[in-house]
Design a binder for this molecule. Structure first.
Ligand code: ATP
Length: 444
């Protein structure tokens, strides 16, 4: 994990928020490569979950909502973790994540057994709306994106003119005042979620739970996370939320252990019923064919953007021995991202930076490719070093403009470039005219 954290900082994937002021625990910033990676992940999720489907529409809700949303959903009363204080070292800890010694909870920091009794700590960030900081102005930063979907269910049903089963999807920030943020971005206080609420008839819920679990596993495969690194954990009924008739956690083999990436839960009609009761507004669905009126049930695949980004980086990280230009073996660090996720799709290199013809041709190729994909032009240093820099950034393809390209070695290869593939390091010659379509085929 240390190597991954250091690569992330060194290459500008992820860095501490407010670093020059000593940081803010549980908050992270994504640098140039991290921001691209995150965007690629969110765009692909949106494409799979919304654009490629007839039965799902998207929404983008506000982060601040009426406090009553959180009263009705149960978050104000019960969205808490059990917290203990260590009387010895004064650490605040999450009671359910502590090691035990002789049947007693032990402080994870100093090992003391002298801990207070657990008490509930609400994870929502409280804030005030407007100029007066009194009870009537209180609301919270949303701890999940799902509730905006539930409270807009009726409006969206009307405008989207969908029939059950259908879903509403959303990507957005969520905030939880976690007691112990840790494991890099895995447990943050500010993070993003990608959530789908898929509404259905009561009798369809259990089958759709299985369907969505399969769909979501397919998604991870399609972003390059191999099934060997994933685990499906079926939550035993006694541990499920009281309203859930079935929940799966999709877990990933992180360097710090197997941990949840996504929850897929059959939440019955709990959320809509709660909001219907509390708001006094009907959230029922009317079935034209059967003339039945009922509150739909819902299946929810809920994934974390930041956790998945971290999983993508962990899954991609590899170190191998490879010869440098002089044939000497050295360690090559490569991020083997699926081309779909890679922040930069193609590096473009003139063999020499002081040859005007090579540079002009390379710049021309940048111009051709740039409207279609993220490319990176690099003319500095030996070509082998430029390849290595892109290997570390996870760039799947490198295009080199050499003397053959500009016709200085005869007409045979004029107008062609070499493409180097990151993982195999194999090179092939292709005509510049075919470059765009060839790369587009390979990065999608
Ligand atoms: P955990 O048990 O790890 O706290 P959870 O079961 O409370 O997670 P959910 O409420 O199911 O999480 O949230 C759905 C998804 O949102 C999680 O699978 C995870 O990917 C993401 N998520 C939740 N909390 C955090 C966090 N503190 N930091 C980063 N991502 C988070």
């Amino acid at each position: 994990m240390e190597k991954i954290v250091s690569l992330c900082k060194r290459r500008g994937f992820i860095m501490q928020s407010s670093e020059i002021y000593g940081g803010l625990n549980g908050c992270w910033d994504f640098g140039p490569l991290g921001a691209e990676l995150k965007r690629n992940l969110k765009d692909f999720w949106w494409r799979r979950m919304v654009r490629e489907r007839d039965d799902v529409v998207g929404m983008d809700g506000s982060i601040l909502m009426n406090r009553q949303v959180w009263v009705a959903s149960g978050h104000e009363a019960t969205f808490s973790d059990p917290m203990v204080d260590c009387r010895n070292c004064k650490s605040r800890l999450r009671a359910d994540q502590l090691p035990e010694k002789d049947g007693k909870r032990q402080c994870a920091v100093c090992g003391s057994l002298d801990l207070t009794e657990p008490r509930a700590f609400n994870l929502m960030f409280k804030t005030y709306v407007g100029a007066t900081e009194d009870e009537s102005a209180i609301t919270y930063l949303r701890p999940e994106t799902a509730q905006a979907i539930f409270v807009q269910f009726k409006n969206i049903l009307e405008v989207a003119r969908k029939k059950l089963p259908f879903g509403i999807a959303q990507i957005g920030k969520a905030f939880r005042n976690e007691i112990n943020p840790r494991n890099f971005t895995f447990r943050s206080r500010e993070f993003e979620q990608m959530e789908l609420e898929y509404f259905c008839r009561p009798e369809g819920g259990l089958e759709l739970l299985e369907y969505w679990l399969k769909e979501r596993l397919k998604f991870y495969k399609d972003i390059g996370i191999s099934s060997e690194l994933l685990h499906i954990h079926k939550i035993p009924p006694e541990e499920c939320a009281h309203y859930s008739k079935g929940t799966y956690d999709i877990e990933f083999d992180f360097p710090f252990g197997i941990q949840e990436l996504e929850g897929v839960a059959y939440r019955t009609d709990y959320d809509l019923t709660q909001h219907q009761k509390a708001s006094g507004k009907s959230l029922e669905y009317f079935d034209e064919e059967t003339k039945q009126r009922f509150v739909p049930h819902v299946v929810e695949p809920s994934a974390g953007v930041d956790r998945t980004v971290l999983a993508l980086i962990c899954a991609a990280y590899s170190e191998e021995m490879a010869p440098d230009e002089k044939g000497k073996l050295e360690t090559r660090i490569v991020l083997k991202f699926h081309p779909r996720m890679a922040p930069i799709k193609c590096g473009i290199f003139p063999l020499l930076k002081n040859n005007e013809k090579l540079v002009r041709q390379a710049r021309e190729i940048v111009k051709i490719l740039r409207p279609h994909m993220m490319v990176f032009y690099d003319e500095s240093g030996a070509i082998g070093r430029r390849y290595r820099r892109q290997d570390e950034a996870g760039t799947p393809f490198g295009v080199t403009v050499d003397f053959d390209t500009i016709g200085e070695n005869g007409p045979t290869n004029e107008g062609t470039v070499t493409i180097r593939e990151r993982d195999s390091m194999k090179q092939e010659r292709v005509p510049i005219l075919e470059l765009k379509s060839l790369l587009l085929d390979r990065i999608d």
